[in-house]
Design a protein around this ligand. Structure first.
Ligand SMILES: Cc1ncc(COP(=O)(O)O)c(C=O)c1O
Length: 453
C-alpha cells in the first residue's frame, strides 16, 4: 500500500489566487485597521477564517444544482434531500432551514417556551456561540460541561470533546429534570478545539436521557469528522464503516440541529431533525413564519440537491483520511517548530496558543491579534483570533484558529503555510502587541479597529 495520502480528487474548475507582495499587504492591513475581517477576500492568498460554507463542491453536486426543482411546494429536490437525511439519521421529521442557527432558533423556541423560559437550563459539552445565544434569547440558561481533560490544551487524549457525565448528573439533580428541556452534545466540539466525542460518551448521555425522560439532541455540524475519529480511536469501531458509525450516533439521539455548511459539503443549508411529532408540528409553523414552506425552509431546490449529494460524499473514507491527515500534518510540523497548539489536532482546524508562543506580549495587548496580523503580512494568510479580542476579560486562552475549508487547498498550500510559520518563528521576538482604537459593545472582534503598539 502507498504511504502518501493524496487529495482524493482531480481539479476541474479553478479559482485564481491573486498573489500580493508584502508591501501591498502592509498597506491593505493598515486600510483594514489591522482587523482581517475587513480585508477583501480578493486580497487574501489562503483563507483560513472559517470552514463554514467554504467547501468546494463536486461535479456531481454541480450536476445536482442544474437539476434542482424550484417548485414552491413539494419539490422533488426536497424529497431527495429528505430521503438521504432520513437514511443517515433515522429521524421521523426533517425540517430544512437556511443554516444551523435557524434550526437552533426554532428548536429552542419550541422546546423552551413550553417549559417556562426563565427556569430552563440547557446543558451541553460546549455550546457553540449561536446555540448559546439562541438559548439565552428565549430567556433560558446555557451551561457548558466539558471534561477536565478537555480544558488542558497540551494534553493528548482521544476524546477531549466529551461531556462530563458526573457534572451532568449533578446538574439534573440540582435543577430537577423538569427544568431541562433537552441535553445537547456538539459533535465535534467546535468551541473546544474541534475535539471529538466518543460513542461511549454519547451512550452514557442516552442512558441518562432514558432514565430522566429528558430529550437528547446533537449539534451535528461536523458529524462525519466525529464519526471518523471514532473509527480511528475507539476500540470496537475500527471495522465499522464511517456511515454505520454516523448512523449509530444519530440513533442514540432524539433529534439534531445541523449547520450543513460544514459536513454537508455545500455553501449554504441546514436542518432540524426530530422524532417528536408535536414538536415537529410547532417547528413547521414557526418555519413558515420566517424561513419558508416546510419543503424548502429558506433554501433553493438546487441547494437541497447539493446537500443530498454532499451528505453522501462526506462519508467517503478516502476523503476523510485526506482531510484529517492534512490538518494533523500541519499540526505535527508546527509542534516540531516548537509552536504550541491545542493537542491533538482537531477535525477542522488548528488552534495556536498565542500566549505561550508570544510570551512577551501580555493578554491586554492581544498576542492572538499580533499573530493573526503577522500571518497576513508574511504570506497573505487570513486566520482568526479567539481570545481577549473576541471574549474581552472573559477569555481563558489566547488562541489563533486556522480553519480548513473542505477540499479547497492542497498539500503545497499547507507547505506554503508552514514556510510562513517558519518565518514568523525566526522573527517572533520583534512582534508587537495591539491597542483597540474603536469598538462596538457586542461582538467587537468583527468590527474593532486596532493600532500597533
Ligand atoms: C458547532 C456549530 N453549531 C452551530 C453553528 C451555526 O451554524 P450556522 O453558521 O450555519 O448558522 C456552527 C457554525 O459555525 C457550529 O460550528
Amino acid at each position: 500500500m502507498m504511504k502518501t495520502i493524496i487529495e482524493p480528487f482531480k481539479i476541474k474548475v479553478v479559482e485564481p489566487i491573486r498573489m500580493t507582495t508584502r508591501k501591498e499587504r502592509e498597506h491593505i492591513l493598515e486600510k483594514a485597521h489591522f482587523n482581517p475581517f475587513f480585508i477583501h477576500s480578493k486580497d487574501v492568498i489562503i483563507d483560513l477564517l472559517t470552514d463554514s460554507g467554504t467547501a468546494a463542491m463536486s461535479s456531481k453536486q454541480w450536476g445536482g444544482v442544474m437539476q434542482g426543482d424550484e417548485a414552491y411546494a413539494c419539490s422533488e429536490s426536497f424529497y431527495h434531500f429528505e430521503r438521504v437525511v432520513k437514511e443517515l439519521t433515522s429521524y421521523h421529521y426533517i425540517i430544512p432551514t437556511h443554516q444551523g442557527r435557524a434550526a437552533e432558533r426554532i428548536l429552542f423556541h419550541v422546546a423552551i417556551r413550553n417549559l417556562g423560559a426563565e427556569q430552563a437550563v440547557v446543558p451541553s459539552n460546549t455550546h457553540f456561540d449561536t446555540t448559546r445565544a439562541n438559548i439565552e434569547y428565549v430567556g433560558a440558561k446555557a451551561i457548558d460541561l466539558p471534561t477536565e481533560e478537555g480544558k488542558i490544551p497540551s494534553l493528548r487524549k482521544p476524546f477531549k470533546g466529551n461531556m462530563d457525565i458526573e457534572k451532568l448528573e449533578n446538574v439534573i439533580q440540582e435543577q430537577g429534570a423538569k427544568k431541562i428541556p433537552l441535553i445537547m452534545i456538539t459533535i465535534t466540539n467546535n468551541s473546544n478545539g474541534g475535539q471529538p466525542v466518543s460513542m461511549e460518551n454519547l451512550k452514557a448521555v442516552r442512558k441518562i436521557a432514558d432514565h430522566t425522560q429528558i430529550p437528547f439532541f446533537l449539534d451535528a455540524a461536523r458529524f462525519a469528522e466525529n464519526a471518523y475519529f471514532i473509527k480511528l480511536r475507539e476500540p470496537g469501531y475500527e471495522h465499522k464503516s464511517v456511515k454505520e458509525i454516523a448512523q449509530e450516533m444519530f440513533q442514540l439521539s432524539d433529534g439534531c440541529t445541523m449547520s450543513a455548511k460544514k459536513d454537508g459539503l455545500a455553501n449554504m443549508g441546514g436542518f432540524l431533525g426530530l422524532n417528536n411529532r408535536a414538536w415537529a408540528q410547532k417547528a413547521r409553523s414557526l418555519l413558515i413564519l420566517t424561513e419558508g414552506f416546510p419543503t424548502y425552509g429558506g433554501l433553493s431546490g438546487r441547494d437541497l440537491e447539493a446537500l443530498a449529494q454532499g451528505f453522501k460524499e462526506v462519508l467517503e473514507e478516502d476523503y476523510l483520511r485526506y482531510r484529517i491527515r492534512s490538518i494533523e500534518y500541519f499540526g505535527e510540523k508546527l509542534l516540531a517548530m516548537g509552536i504550541p497548539i491545542v493537542e491533538p489536532p482537531g477535525g477542522h482546524a488548528i488552534y495556536i496558543d498565542a500566549k505561550a508562543f508570544l510570551p512577551h506580549i501580555p493578554s491586554a495587548e492581544f498576542p492572538g491579534q499580533a499573530l493573526v496580523n503577522e500571518l497576513y503580512l508574511v504570506a497573505g494568510i487570513r486566520a482568526v483570533e479567539i481570545g481577549s479580542v473576541m471574549f474581552g476579560k472573559n477569555a481563558t486562552m489566547e488562541l489563533v484558529r486556522l480553519a480548513f475549508p473542505r477540499r479547497v487547498y492542497t498539500q503545497s498550500h499547507v507547505d506554503y503555510m508552514l514556510e510562513c510559520m517558519e518565518e514568523i518563528v525566526k522573527n517572533k521576538k520583534h512582534l508587537r502587541g495591539f491597542r483597540i482604537t474603536q469598538e462596538e459593545p457586542y461582538l467587537r472582534h468583527f468590527t474593532a479597529h486596532f493600532e500597533r503598539l
